[in-house]
Design a protein around this ligand. Structure first.
Ligand code: ARG
Length: 513
């Protein structure tokens, strides 16, 4: 299920991997690096940890415990965190300014190597942190070895994940806004388009199509607000908590937090290294957002089925059938609905991961990454594709938006005319004539029954017939029974009357500006 995680992918024969490591000794190493251990030696060290271990790790255990092939995507956060830590160590006089200079230089080169695809990630070095640190030491010598002063991988990884997630939340927020804007744009063109609103998927009352779309804008606006809220708890600094208890060096944690544009410092070292609430909260917010996308998908699928025919989506979001030549299947909304299950699954995985973990850091936490990464990837892809599918894309030649959803207003109107969508309006009409609502409700039920037996709409019953149900009914009832009359009458705040819908649009436009 997860991308890039297959134990077989890692099972290079040992010799190949050694060759690989040996071949990676840098030619452009600094003079200091000449006396440094080779990549082979570093790998061996990492695998044996220290003199304490009397045998090397088995190949299977190495593959089982390593995370580098998925956590390498944290490299930018890892380097940023290390540079901020080193800058603070130097400012506090814990390392020299020469060390800081060397670390900056080495990290600059490492970033280049990773970006250009030259960096050799080594399974033997377990994770992104040890891979980068080993290469740094190879490049700059002792300064590289001093970087880990007052730090542990426990606070380092928690910092990396938070930094990475913070930036991803910012991307997701931008995508959420693009989707909301796409919905608002389509809504603006469809204020006066009427479709049946449903409850229990039975025709209920006429609504404006814009009003319907704006319901989704409300949902995605809440998702945006939730992301904003989660971000506050993501953007706090664990670094400086070291392994679990803090450290003996005079660190300035606030300085590191400022450097990394974080909103503050985690206040308890035990909690800081073991907390993954932020990942769970994020995945919960992402799950809810996917649920909203999934509900929209379900409606798009229904609307574009032949029996409804309310909308079309651009061909590039549909696929054909290998056997039925007439088919255009709504694969994208269907997949989004399906992928919602996948993201909700990640939420279950993450929350279960934390259940029963004693303080402080446990290796269980390494399992937070794949669900989190996949949640971010799935959500981003889904939001991006939906913004385009709903709102279309700018054609670079014409400068116009093309390919959004196409609305069939006639089909919507025809559907709203079936199913007695204005029955409540007739009841409300009678209430205004002095009937208690319950009596009006009963009277209209009889009228609907009569219309059904004549296979016509309420508005098609002659006045004399309507008056047979209640003498207070007059000619003005036909305006009340019209779709447009029904819509315009729902003029309470948040209602579907076009004037209310225009007010909603103005509010959303201003918010999204
Ligand atoms: N790769 C590890 C993780 O993702 C880094 C932290 C390892 N810490 C440790 N004490 N083994 O959680």
């Amino acid at each position: 299920m997860f991308r890039g995680r297959n134990l077989l992918d890692y099972s290079l024969p040992m010799t190949t991997r050694q060759d690989h490591a040996a071949a990676s000794t840098p030619s452009a190493a600094s003079p200091a690096a000449a006396s440094q251990p080779s990549a082979d030696q570093l790998a061996t060290k990492a695998q044996a940890w220290s003199a304490l271990f009397s045998e090397p790790m088995s190949e299977l255990v190495k593959r089982y415990t390593s995370s580098v092939f998925f956590d390498k995507r944290l490299w930018q956060a890892d380097i940023a965190g290390s540079l901020a830590h080193a800058e603070m160590l130097a400012a506090q006089g814990i390392i020299s300014s020469q060390d800081l200079h060397d670390i900056n230089r080495g990290m600059g080169q490492i970033a280049q190597e990773i970006e250009s695809g030259q960096f050799e990630w080594k399974l033997d070095l377990e994770d992104v942190h040890l891979n980068i640190e080993a290469r740094l030491t190879q490049l700059v010598g002792d300064a590289g070895k001093r970087l880990h002063t007052g730090r542990s991988r426990n606070d380092q990884v928690a910092t990396d994940v938070r930094l990475w997630l913070r930036d991803e939340i910012d991307h997701i927020t931008a995508l959420l806004r693009a989707l909301q804007l796409a919905l608002v744009e389509v809504a603006e063109h469809n204020v006066d388009v009427i479709l049946p609103g449903f409850t229990h998927l039975q025709v209920a009352q006429p609504v404006s199509f814009a009003h319907h779309l704006l319901a989704y804008v409300e949902m995605f606006a809440r998702d945006e607000a939730r992301m904003h809220d989660v971000r506050k708890r993501v953007n706090l600094l664990p670094l400086g908590s070291a392994a679990l208890a803090g450290t003996t060096y005079p660190l300035d944690r606030e300085r590191v937090a400022r450097h990394l544009r974080m909103d503050g410092v985690c206040q308890n070292s035990l909690d800081a290294v073991s907390d993954r609430d932020f990942a769970i909260e994020f995945t919960a917010a992402a799950s809810l957002c996917m649920v909203h996308v999934s509900r929209l998908s379900e409606e798009l699928i229904i609307w574009m089925s032949q029996n409804f025919g309310f909308i079309r989506i651009a061909d590039r979001f549909t696929t054909g059938s290998s056997i039925m030549p007439q088919k255009k299947n709504p694969d994208v909304p269907e997949l989004a609905r399906g992928k919602t299950g996948r993201v909700v699954g990640h939420l279950m995985g993450l929350i279960t991961l934390m259940k029963g973990q004693p303080l402080a850091y446990n290796k269980d936490n390494q399992e937070d990454k794949e669900p989190l990464f996949d949640t971010v990837d799935t959500l981003k892809d889904t939001l991006r594709i939906f913004a385009e599918m709903v709102g279309g894309q700018i054609n670079p030649h014409t400068g116009c938006k093309e390919g959004g959803i196409t609305v069939n207003a006639a089909a919507m109107r025809a559907a709203a005319q079936k199913g007695y969508a204005t029955a409540t309006d007739l009841a409300d009409y009678l209430v205004k004539k002095g009937l208690p609502f319950r009596d009006a409700h009963e009277t209209v039920a009889h009228a609907v029954k009569a219309a059904q037996s004549h296979a016509c709409d309420l508005s098609e019953l002659p006045l004399a017939v309507l008056q047979g149900f209640h003498p207070a009914i007059e000619k003005d009832v036909y305006e009340v029974l019209s779709l447009r009359g029904s819509l315009g009458a729902r003029n309470t705040l948040g209602g579907t009357a076009p004037v209310q819908v225009r007010a909603q649009l103005a509010r959303q436009r201003a918010r999204l500006a």
